[in-house]
Each structure stands twice: as C-alpha cells, then as structure tokens.
Design a protein around this ligand. Structure first.
Ligand code: FES
Length: 127
C-alpha cells in the first residue's frame, strides 16, 4: 500500500493495517531524532542503532509494526519514560526508534519492508 505522508504533521503517529498487521508511521521531531541517534547501544536491551531502523536521509520517518513484542498488544504513542510508546498490557516501553527500553518485552518493534516512492509517498511492502 502507498501512504501520503503530507498530512502527517511532525510529531504525529499514523496507525494503519497492512496485510492484517498493525503498523505505525511516525513523523519524528528533530529532538526525537537527536535523542535516538545519541542513545548509546550499551543502554539498549536489543541493541540496534537508530540509523539502522530508518532510511538514510529520511530519519524523520519511523515505520514499525505496532504490536508489542511481548504478547502483541498495541502500545500507546508518546507515552512512557522514553517518549516513544508505552504498552498498557504489562508495562513494556519503547523509545522513539521503536526500541524496547523496559520489559517484559525483550525485542524491538520490527521494521516492515518499505520504500519511498517520492518525498511524500511511502510504500509499505517489498520494494
Ligand atoms: Fe505489551 Fe505485554 S503485551 S507488555
């Protein structure tokens, strides 16, 4: 599916369903990007650099599966101690890169396959 990014304001999170699975598309703020890029890998439960979770030159767009990696609840955006997502089911927390920062979840929100068709159009699915 293709998504028009133009209406998604900075700071907003779009929720959608792709192939029966919930997905978040987050338009990150410069402050969020800077914080995630500055996070040391040693501070992470499932170490992965922010740059490896976004497309080069498009760090403002984060695309992740929206199911908590613990038992699959949908986490709430802009909540929790890291400002990313908070899962109300058992308290897992994620940062604005979708990386798990507090359990019981132990792994990051996975990044689905996607590509940019243009500066304002995202295609989710195999490129
Ligand atoms: Fe999210 Fe358990 S399903 S913490």
């Amino acid at each position: 599916i293709e998504i028009d990014l133009a209406p998604i304001a900075q700071g907003q999170i779009l929720s959608l369903i792709w192939r029966g699975k919930p997905i978040f598309v987050r338009h990150r703020t410069p402050q969020e990007i800077a914080a995630e890029e500055a996070t040391p890998l040693a501070a992470l439960m499932d170490p992965q650099a922010d740059a490896d979770r976004v497309k080069a030159g498009k760090a403002q767009w984060l695309v992740v599966y929206a199911s908590c990696t613990h038992l699959g609840c949908i986490p709430l955006g802009h909540r929790g101690d890291w400002g990313g997502w908070f899962c109300p089911c058992h308290g897992s927390q994620y940062d604005a890169s979708g990386r798990v920062r507090h359990g019981p979840a132990a792994t990051n929100l996975p990044v689905p396959p996607y590509s940019f068709v243009s500066d304002t159009t995202l295609r989710i699915g195999e490129a």
